[in-house]
Write a protein that binds this ligand. Sequence first.
Ligand code: PBG
Length: 332
Amino acid sequence: MSANQAPFPAARFRRTRASASLRNLVRETEISVNDLIWPIFVRDGEGVEEPVASMPGVIRRSVDKIVEAAREAHSLGIPAICLFPYTDPSLKTELCEEAWNPDNLSNRAIRAIKDAVPELAVMTDIALDPYNANGHDGIVRDGVIVNDETVEALVKMALAQAEAGADILGPSDMMDGRIGAMRSALEAEGHVNVTIMSYAAKFASAYYGPFRDAVGASGALKGDKKTYQIDPANRAEALRCVERDLTEGADMVMVKPGQPYLDMVREVKDRFGAPTYAYQVSGEYAMIEAAAQNGWIDGEKVMLESLMCFRRAGCDGVLTYFAPRVAKLLNG
Ligand code: PBG
């Protein structure tokens, strides 16, 4: 206890909790629509809105419907959406060439959104898993996920997304050296204001399960991602990865998953002071939704509380599938 802390009864913490007005006055953290990034899934077709079974309330949309969602996000005040493509299995190859096709699903969606709602920031995912016959984030040779060749592919992917008009590139692949390689390629090609939000502290987590269904990668994935994603037990290694990505030219950094890793968020924010984000991932979302659907928790309250906790831990923003629902509540 600090020296200026009065003892009971001079100090009664319940005084400032006694009314809503007092609670509002002393509240230390706010969550606002400005803190939200909405991850959305895009698929082929027209007029398609297809529910994702493992993520109740989340849908895959065709590009025209993505544009509608983007308009909605913008009108709700959400600053950014993040695109994840559900790629037709016939386009998945060993070398993942579809990843840097300027007209792939994700790049078409970026263009359509930037045409319709230029003010809305569009974030992308950079990793090969949606395009990979092996389901991995990197190119697989003789059972090994090869680093340097993957980085070359990721750079091509990043440039194609920047050309399409992406505002924030989100490398989620965890290959070594990718941030530096992307940053120099972006500078060389004149994309000096394209930002990079590095998935810097991305752990090898079982919480990604429902997402892999959503993008159709679970079937293809052979083995696990432990040779590139960080061991959930490793705090110091995660901090070193964040520092490395910042020195290579990341503008913003992310911790992922979110809620079980908020200790990492606090440490990253305190130590580096960079814009810091966390991803409330598919498994976290599915757990809250499942419990809410069973009537075991109040889903709305837990959603808001969970997001407040991200902010309290030091997040400048949160990637969350709840984004439009939270925005509607916050906008009253
Ligand atoms: C792809 C990627 C994943 C997620 C975001 N980008 C899955 C993975 O690494 O297997 C997970 C998002 C979520 O679970 O909501 N590299």
